[in-house]
Design a protein around this ligand. Structure first.
Ligand code: B4P
Length: 193
């Protein structure tokens, strides 16, 4: 079973690369950002609470996203593997994910981190904001707050996987296809390890 964590700051290319990876490896895509946005679109109580935080560039509470992932793992018990996109975003989420996967007799194969500098992240997200309609992509100050939130709370997750010798960093600047090829190469190296 291949279980991949795709990691990186907002705008690093996680969602973009996930779309290509799920086709190639036939994985179930679990994006906590997408799951939260569908709760917002459905107008649920959870969505209303999440929207206030997301629109301000802040992370939603760990228990909310862990609960969403837990039910998706339960719903997809016969999946050939998962791609975790935008999750885990805190060390507590990473610990919870290991425990959940353990209950399903599986574990993370590799965490691939996309490295992109903050100027390029801001440029990409402002560009996406012109068409995405996402409030969190609309202004530079908000994007900088998201990057700050990443540096404070999410970056330490890399150490967590590094200690398990599962962390691989790759350059997230370049063509989408070239980056995809590099990710595939790293996945295949991890699978044979
Ligand atoms: P996410 O939905 O995960 O959003 P993201 O980080 O903005 O997106 P991503 O990194 O996937 O975007 P991509 O680079 O593909 O999270 C949104 C919010 O939800 C968070 O801020 C938080 O509030 C909340 N949330 C989600 N998960 C959570 C969790 N686990 N815990 C707590 N809160 C959580 O795309 C960016 C743009 O770059 C695109 O326009 C794309 O076309 C472009 N691009 C991609 N690759 C490129 C390349 N190589 N060159 C040029 N442009 C490129």
């Amino acid at each position: 079973m291949l279980n991949l964590v795709l990691f990186g700051p907002p705008g690093a290319g996680k969602g973009t690369q996930s779309e290509k990876l799920i086709r190639k490896y036939n994985l179930v895509h679990l994006s906590t950002g997408d799951l939260l946005r569908s709760q917002i679109a459905a107008g649920t109580e959870l969505g209303l609470r999440a929207k206030q935080l997301m629109d301000n560039g802040l992370l939603v509470p760990d228990e909310v996203v862990i609960g969403m992932i837990e039910s998706k793992l339960q719903e997809n018990q016969s999946a050939p593997g998962f791609i975790f996109d935008g999750f885990p975003r805190t060390v507590n989420q990473a610990i919870a994910l290991d425990q959940l996967l353990d209950q399903h007799q599986t574990r993370i194969t590799v965490m691939v981190a996309l490295v992109v500098d903050s100027e390029e992240l801001t440029r990409r997200l402002l560009l996406r904001g012109q068409t995405s309609g996402r409030p969190d992509d609309q202004n530079e100050e908000l994007i900088r707050r998201r990057v700050q939130e990443y540096n404070d709370k999410t970056a330490p997750v890399a150490d967590y996987y590094n200690q398990q010798q599962k962390y691989v960093a790759i350059d997230g600047i370049g063509s989408i296809e070239d980056i995809f090829q590099t990710i595939c190469q790293k996945i295949e190296e991890s699978v044979v390890r």
